[in-house]
Ligand binder design. Sequence first.
Ligand code: GLU
Length: 286
Amino acid sequence: MSGLVTRFAPSPTGRLHLGHAYAAIRAHDVAREAGGRFLLRIEDIDGTRSRESHVAGIFEDLAWLGLTWDGPVLRQSTRGAAYEDALDRLRAMGLLYPCFCTRADIAGSASAPHHGPDGLVYPGTCRRRSAGEVAGLIAAGAPHAWRLAMDAAVARVGPLVWTDRIAGEQRADPAAFGDVVLARKDALASYHLAVTIDDAAQGVTDVVRGVDLLRATDVQRLLQALLGLPTPVYRHHPLLIGADGARLAKRNGAPALADLREAGEDGSALAAALRAGRLPIGAREE
Ligand code: GLU
């Protein structure tokens, strides 16, 4: 058995479709081919959008595809203390500040809106508030998120690189994302923080996931450096594309795996077809 560890980390906010099956198979097979371990993590950090019925559906879909995972399933909803601990450490480094802005504030305040890899870059409004103003807002119970002071964070750790086995060596450019949210108003932590902490906690050595998350790795690499966590190697694989040229999703007709299962399709045969590059009509790899 090798020490290689991969994971599949779906968010239970909807039913899995073909694109998820493809991602799960890739992560599973990288581990199995190396004699390593394949883990499952349920990214149910968003309490308002996650559903238990979707968690149950994930287990059923993976079993139907013939995929087995090793060890216990990690659920992000149980990980609040670990995320808080990381936030405390970043706060102690002086790298976090509370942000009271609403989405509408942010959209309206940017005189020259600046777009990063993840949409609008936060213009830094709350970073410029005085300590007195912040204390007053917090004392008044104003809801707030916590943002990373990106320039200070980047200056603290210096240039960073990471390895993608498909795309090659990458120079991290987390600054392109601006001051990302690490603790949300309505959730335990943001995606970036939770994924970084949990990949380290689960001992993931190889992150196998879709290429849509390639640039997000720059932020995760920065958090690893700040928190003294190991850096896995990455394999960002192509996404399945629907007949309309857009990423496969429910809205462009990607069938839910549950529908295929209920229609009597053979999940192992579907998995074999995906492995062999025989994609269902209309879908292609890009
Ligand atoms: N939970 C994320 C998603 O479903 C994936 C996270 C990751 O693989 O880093 O899109």
